[in-house]
Write a protein that binds this ligand. Sequence first.
Ligand code: HEM
Length: 440
Amino acid sequence: MQFNVVNGREFGWPLVRFLKELPNDYIGTMSKVQARHGDLIHWRLFGGLLNFAFISDGAANRELFVRNTEALGKSPSQIQTFIYAAGQSVATAHGGDWRRKRKEANILFSRNVVEASCSGQVDVTRNYVAGLGAAPQDAITIARRMAALTSSRGILGRAISLGEADTQIAFSQAAADRFNAESAQLFARPNWMLAPWRRELTRRKSDVFPIVQSAIDDLRDTDVPNDGLMNHYVKGDFITSNDDEVLAILVGLLMGAQDNIAAATAWVLAFLAHHPHLQDEIRTEVADIGSEAQDFHNCALLKATISEVLRLRPPAPANQPRVLRKEVNIAGHRLPKGTYIFNSFYNMHHNPAVFTRPEIFAPTRFLDGTLERSTSFAPFGHGPRNCVAQGMAMQQLMAIVVGTLRGHEVITQQKTLPEIEQKPLLVPSPFKVVVRKRGL
Ligand code: HEM
């Protein structure tokens, strides 16, 4: 595999048009770049003064993100939104600080801590679908609420009300809107134009912080056991943080979880609705087991279905854009300091040499566990800055599917799967489902 070096105009896009198109249609633009120039591209502009690398090859991506983590700076304009919305946390740490923060987060997200809240996540999902009724409803709203309810259950260790879930959703939405505006501003929008997005996010922050603060206060004031991640910050002694930091970390995690899990859940609902037999097979697989995380360990089809959805529709279609802080050699090619790195999990996940007939939805391709370990499968990213919560995310999605399918079935009247929208995560275009009690 070799880098294809393209100079200036040979690339095919004028710079300004390209920089405007990329944030609006990341996967479309990256697919066009790949189709025109291959999987590894180094675009040199102005005689090498400005450099871009586009990487759609799994092995090269892993090499870059695993071996050269220290050389990869996160794009400051985008980190800005996270810092503003939640505060300093693992997602925003860089420089000398990220390894320490990440180490703490890795302990927090260890298997035994994460798994403790699994059955609670199944329960909140079941309770929610039980109240949905028999009329067709907007699947995106259902998915967002499922994400908010299960994330809060896992992180705060307690069930929240639908009103609190909607507050959390509005907060994450305001953060995503500001993130989009901020990204566009990198190329086009003057700073003062961001004011409306800033104001909205400030308003939403003032709604969501008190919910998390009150969960912390309650935990301190009572002896009721709490199986959420929060317990380990508030009552544990293996992580030292001050109160403001704990609050920032918890809000940051809720925000990090919300949009990704909501996008994944919406796609899961879409694929399940279009594959009723698959629903039956998963139901059979989970019929005689409990709701603890260990009970799901051997549910191969359940896990394979989620992996296949994440392959075809990775909620995060790429790593956050990175800038090289120093020169790196990758796949035998030198990329200079200052190179902007863009990669594409979406392209990797559609590589026909790895995934036979990549456009087809076929969960069974993941059954033997081989593809899961492929460098070309990376819905949670590569390397030590990948998704710190991927174990939790998989568990949460399994809990959502089990909590839904045990007593209900997902039905749609729509003939085709929804289209892909980028906001900036990949979400389905609006569609309706009925989550109907079985036997009706
Ligand atoms: C299906 C669900 C999810 C997907 C597809 C996903 C995807 C990702 C990806 C691709 C990254 C790496 C970004 C980069 O390197 O630029 C990431 C990072 C991160 N994710 Fe997730 N994520 C999901 C769920 C979650 C959940 C549930 C949480 C929290 C409970 C979470 C918290 C984080 C954090 C804190 C980081 C930053 C890690 C660091 O900077 O070291 N994610 N996620």
